[in-house]
Design a protein around this ligand. Structure first.
Ligand code: ZN
Length: 578
């Protein structure tokens, strides 16, 4: 049996939630598919941090699927939400988009040059591509489609009829500070909403005007915006009258009208009841009293439903995202991460941490260490020495119940690929030559063997490593430095050059560069650290620094064996003064 098809018997956090969710689903809806849910707002570029909103239920749903149960993972696209503000730095968007504030996200024009019909579709598309690449299976639900098709008609009429009950629940929290909406948001936006104060609160839970409280807000049929106030509602006829700040006033029959929506704090629990959601996590900002999750837990009962199991997940941070690559509005998106790492690695980051643990996604040097750790884990899985919890995380990272994700046939170390990309600036023939020389007993026949990992490493070097940190191999020898060397320095270079041809592989050169200082100190090049005086470390360090200075005019650089292979034997000889 392939490793992917198995469900894991280990109890990791995913497995434990799967147990709980299956049990709860059997209790609430026996014989029905298990329903888990995520919500995403395509109000702008969807932040990489929001991926946890999807990955947490995805992993649980996938485990449930592996156990042979039917499961639906709903992703609710909150694309009928109002357009709140023009995000900064989005290509093809200028200040003129402000005139659309207040319209549904699907009624706002897409950024200039977009292939998509509107704002929401444009940002949804980028997320959809990333989710596909990561193997996330889901049912996407457009809230615009739901509302404008009248799918929620009964629920809307019901909420209006029971507006008193809803108002009574909300009233318990009204004096408290309004928390942000469900999704994780960049700090500046959260601050902005906090500053909006009561405005944001009324937007989320509806407002009480002189005509009383209404949990429903129509989009104005004249200006398309939600700058409307309900002035009266008649339960018997369902006639609703509203006025708009644009001057328009109208009476519509809610039994036919499809141009408005329930306010957020009512909309969310309504959908729990409507879809029978058993599991839906949310960001940590929801642990506070008065949060939409808490309030929703009381309102869902009015709709005859139950609150889902809803763990709070901790924020996911980003380390070292280079400014230059945040081309889509200054926030890193899942697509940005997938440019520099394979989907397996990104899945693993989510699978190995419990939802309440925060972690960072590395765009800086840390990504190399992370990849080393990932490769070590793969080796342990292969030789059977892996710990059960680590094996579970690995299993969830490399594939889903549907099968394995495409993998790089020869996963050479990311660190090595990055160094080669750094030195060659992506020149294919040179890259193939260097990578083939890493292990002459198993030469590479085509770069396809190391793709897509090679492409990710190249993208990391070109988008995340600043120009001043890039490696530039010298064109001509540093004659001044060579002339200043003492006899010992000259001998070290001689020993290295004499051994080059015989040691021209990654392992061979590693042995050679560490061996030269040993030989100079009168030991065998094979001597182990235990057989050597501690001073040898210092000698090795100075030897390496000398080589870096002569090859790349700096004190450090990519690992020396990789660097030597990349520079090529002829050029090494020239630069080391042979
Ligand atoms: Zn209007």
């Amino acid at each position: 049996m392939s490793i992917v098809a198995q469900s894991t018997e280990t109890t990791d956090w995913v497995s434990r939630y799967a147990d709980e969710v299956i049990e709860e689903s059997e209790r609430r809806a026996p014989g029905k598919p298990v329903v888990v849910a995520s919500g995403l707002s395509p109000s702008g570029p969807i932040h990489l941090g929001n991926l946890r909103e999807v990955m947490t239920p995805h992993l649980v749903a996938d485990e449930i699927r592996r156990r042979g149960h039917q499961v639906r993972h709903l992703i609710s696209w909150d694309d009928y939400d109002r357009y709140r503000k023009v995000p900064a730095g989005v290509p093809g968007v200028d200040a003129s988009w402000a005139e659309h504030i207040g319209k549904p996200l699907t009624s706002v024009p897409a950024p200039a040059g977009s292939a998509y019909p509107n704002w929401a579709e444009h940002f949804k598309a980028a997320m959809t591509r990333a989710l596909d690449e990561m193997g996330v299976e889901y049912d996407g639900i457009s809230q615009t489609e739901q509302y404008t098709s009248g799918a929620y008609r009964e629920q809307i009429l019901f909420a209006m009829k029971h507006r008193g009950d809803i108002d009574a629940v909300l009233a318990q929290y009204r004096t408290k500070k309004a928390p942000a909406k469900k999704s994780q948001k960049p700090v500046d936006e959260a601050e902005l909403e906090a500053a909006e104060g009561s405005g944001a609160a009324s937007e989320d839970d509806g407002s009480s005007g002189s005509a009383g409280y209404f949990p429903y807000k129509p989009y104005c049929t004249a200006c398309q915006k939600d700058l409307t106030t309900v002035t009266s509602y008649d339960d018997a006829s369902t006639e609703l009258a509203y006025t708009c700040q644009c001057g328009h006033a109208e009476t519509v029959a809610l039994s036919e009208f499809n141009g408005g929506k329930l306010v957020w704090k009512v909309d969310w629990p309504m959908r729990w009841a409507y879809e029978g959601v058993i599991f839906e996590p949310s960001g940590v900002d929801h642990s506070s009293p008065g949060s939409s999750f808490q309030v929703g837990g009381q309102i869902v009962g009015i709709f005859g439903g139950k609150q889902p199991i809803g763990p709070m997940y901790a924020f996911v941070g980003i380390s070292g995202m280079a400014k230059m690559s945040s081309s889509k509005g200054g926030v890193p998106t899942p697509a940005d991460a997938l440019q520099i790492m394979e989907p397996q690695l990104l899945r693993w980051l989510y699978a190995r941490r419990r939802p309440n643990q925060s972690f960072k996604i590395a765009f800086d040097q840390e990504i190399q260490r992370l990849y080393d750790e990932w490769d070590k884990l793969a080796a342990k899985v292969a030789d059977g020495t892996v710990l059960p919890a680590d094996a579970a995380a690995y299993l969830r990272a490399v594939g889903t119940a549907a099968g394995e994700l495409p993998r790089t046939p020869r996963p050479l170390p990311y660190r090595t690929l990055a160094s080669v990309a750094d030195i060659t600036a992506g020149a294919e023939d040179q890259t193939l030559r260097i990578l083939s020389e890493l292990d002459p007993t198993q030469p590479l026949t085509s770069l396809d063997e190391v793709r897509p990992r090679l492409d990710r490493a190249e993208a990391w070097i070109s988008t995340q490593v600043p120009a001043e940190a890039r490696t530039v191999v010298r064109d001509s020898p540093d004659t001044e430095l060579l002339a200043s060397l003492d006899e010992q320095g000259r001998e070290s270079l001689r020993l290295l050059l004499d051994g080059l041809d015989e040691h021209w592989s990654l392992d061979g050169l590693t042995h050679l560069v560490y061996g030269v200082p040993k030989v100079q100190a009168g030991f065998s090049p094979d001597a182990t650290p235990k057989e050597l005086p501690s001073e040898i470390k210092g000698a090795q360090r100075s030897f390496f620094a000398l080589l870096y200075r002569l090859l790349v005019s700096r004190d450090t650089g990519p690992r020396l064996p990789t660097l030597l292979l990349a520079v090529g034997a002829d050029r090494v000889r020239k630069l080391l003064g042979a």
